[in-house]
Design a protein around this ligand. Structure first.
Ligand SMILES: [Zn+2]
Length: 249
């Protein structure tokens, strides 16, 4: 019984379900692929965005949140559509670590490399919690058809800075070889404990962070249907990484 439980827990928590691919989102494929309700059936921890962008998505527990470009955070209705996302069942039993003195998100990434450097060819999920942190968050507002590229859309991003915030960091790291599929460096979203703010995390300062980080070995992709996806050419140019750094870094 115990063994079956462990096996099932391991399978669910070490698998990630992804909606669309980053290369498509970059090229302006922003149609909704599945509903939030469907996404919540695939995991209880994740990040992403909506149809036409229209905010930054965070999944935690049985709820999905939209960190909107007016700076507010709202719970998302089940019928809202997701254009790009990744979710997993978060491994609450993953070992707990504590890192001290985070001066920036780059420093956080460096500290996380203690657990990711050994195997750069797999996926990682991280959930961290900070108290009294300084955060720089962004959110991109709703785009309209014909959808722009992500680089174009991100020029209208709203940036919010908060200090003295307590909240959680939700992040994924995908390996470099999956560059067309997902962002090949840490991608963090942040949600304040009281939901007073949230968004795509651009920068952060915190005295310390309690975190759980663990590897993921299984990856399922739900590809978009329809013309806007089938007409684009998914490419593997070096431009991709640069553009992604501009948008997501
Ligand atoms: Zn993001």
């Amino acid at each position: 019984m115990q063994e079956a439980f462990h096996k099932e827990r391991w399978i669910n928590t070490h698998s990630v379900y992804q909606v669309s691919v980053i290369d498509a989102l970059m090229q302006g494929v922003m149609e909704g692929v599945i509903s939030v309700k469907e996404l919540l059936r695939r995991g209880d921890f994740g990040i992403g965005t909506f149809e036409g962008l229209g905010g930054e998505l965070i999944v935690w527990g049985d709820k999905a949140y939209n960190c909107r470009d007016d700076g507010t955070v709202v719970e998302v209705a089940p019928e809202e559509k997701v254009s790009f996302a990744q979710v997993t069942y978060f491994d609450r039993f993953a070992p707990l670590h504590r890192v001290e003195g985070i001066g920036s998100t780059e420093e956080l990434e460096q500290k996380l490399s203690a657990w990711t450097l050994e195997d750069p060819n797999i996926i990682y999920a991280v959930k961290g919690h900070v108290d009294g942190a300084e955060v720089e968050l962004r959110s991109i507002g709703r785009q309209h058809k014909p959808y722009p590229t992500l680089v174009e859309a991100s020029k209208e991003q709203k940036i919010f800075r908060h200090s003295g915030v307590s909240g959680s960091v939700f992040g994924f790291l995908f390996p470099k070889f999956m560059m067309n599929v997902n962002i090949p460096f840490w991608h963090f979203h942040f949600l304040a404990d009281d939901c007073s703010c949230g968004g795509h995390l651009l920068d952060m300062k915190a005295d310390s962070m309690n975190l759980q980080v663990y590897p993921i070995f299984e990856h399922v992709i739900r590809l978009p249907e329809g013309k806007s996806f089938s007409r684009i050419r998914l490419c593997d140019t070096g431009e991709m990484e640069k553009a992604m750094k501009d948008v997501e870094g």
